[in-house]
Ligand binder design. Structure first.
Ligand SMILES: [Zn+2]
Length: 311
């Protein structure tokens, strides 16, 4: 991964180091998850085309985000609710985002079911993002309806160690920083094991994905315990999926020194229950959460340095 530096602690310290309480809070990286995987653009105002993605990235940037997390969708008319792993689609979307927001960092999703990772790896090669999501364990992806039926057929999101290793190797080879998405407590702890056996380099980046019905709940009270289970020196953020209840979790994340992410992929709702049509108001609210916790927002240049800092 290139140029890892040892730096002195003040201002650059990470929150789950033992010295946490005595150090100044580090700047918060604010990420906008611009669009989702399968939300139907006919029913929700999610961006699909390169122009729409770039416009939403700009709104997020103007509101204080320095990074976008992106998924790519099929571009043919009426197909925008389905994911695309065409490198040209990925490239067109990220070129448009970079043209509109030249210094913004890109974090690319890579989640696929099954052992074949060639399509997301081809997109990584085309886009060369600064970061990429690395799904760090398997999950039964479930939701039940109030009438006692499954919301969708039960699905195994399979991320065996061999698949994780191949993704990690591909990212390392391209100098992309992996962001470990953890849907459950055991997956958070697995990331420490991956670091221990050298599958991942230090410092690891942990995303606590909260609010999936069969994963960790979106509850602020869980955060201190989860932070305790992270390897020393880990960078971390919360990804909170749900409605207005997510904002308590964001506030606690900011207070505990985590990085912050929201966007139309994760929610359509502000803390007061208002529904939004764009990423802008969500990022404005998240920046306010950071400020309320006494945190400053990282610029894109600061974020570039922060994601590679060791200590
Ligand atoms: Zn995503």
């Amino acid at each position: 991964m290139g140029t890892h530096r040892k730096i002195s602690l003040p201002g650059g310290a990470f929150p789950n180091s033992k010295e946490q309480a005595s150090l100044p809070a580090m700047k918060a990286i604010v990420t906008c998850a611009l669009t989702g995987v399968l939300t139907d653009p006919a029913r929700h105002s999610v961006p699909v085309t390169p122009e729409e993605m770039a416009e939403e990235a700009r709104r997020a940037y103007d509101a204080g985000a320095c990074m976008v997390h992106v998924h790519f969708r099929r571009q043919e008319p009426g197909m925008g609710r389905l994911p695309s792993w065409e490198p040209d689609v990925a490239g067109d979307i990220c070129d448009a985002i970079r043209a509109r927001c030249p210094d913004m960092l890109i974090n690319m999703s890579t989640g696929v079911v099954g052992p074949d990772i060639s399509a997301p790896v081809a997109c990584l090669e085309r886009v060369k993002p600064e970061m990429a999501a690395l799904n760090a364990g398997s999950l039964n992806y479930l939701r039940a309806r109030s009438n006692g039926t499954w919301a969708w057929p039960p699905m195994l999101f399979d991320n065996a160690v061999d698949k994780i290793q191949r993704f990690a190797d591909a990212m390392t080879g391209m100098d992309i920083v992996p962001e470990c998405e953890c849907f459950d407590t055991g997956i958070v702890r697995s990331v420490g094991l991956f670091e221990q056996v050298g599958l991942l380099k230090s410092p690891v980046h942990i995303s606590l994905v909260m609010g999936v019905a069969s994963g960790m709940p979106a509850k602020a009270s869980w955060l201190p315990l989860l932070v305790e289970e992270m390897p020393a020196g880990a960078h971390w953020q919360s990804i909170v999926i749900g409605r207005s209840e997510i904002w308590d979790v964001h506030q606690k994340t900011a207070e505990l020194g985590g990085h912050l992410r929201t966007g139309l992929e994760d929610t359509f709702y502000l803390a007061n229950g208002d529904k939004v049509e764009s990423n802008g108001p969500l990022i404005e609210a998240l920046v306010q959460v950071a400020r309320d916790a006494g945190r400053e927002i990282a610029t894109p240049a600061e974020a570039r340095a922060l994601i590679r800092e060791t200590h």
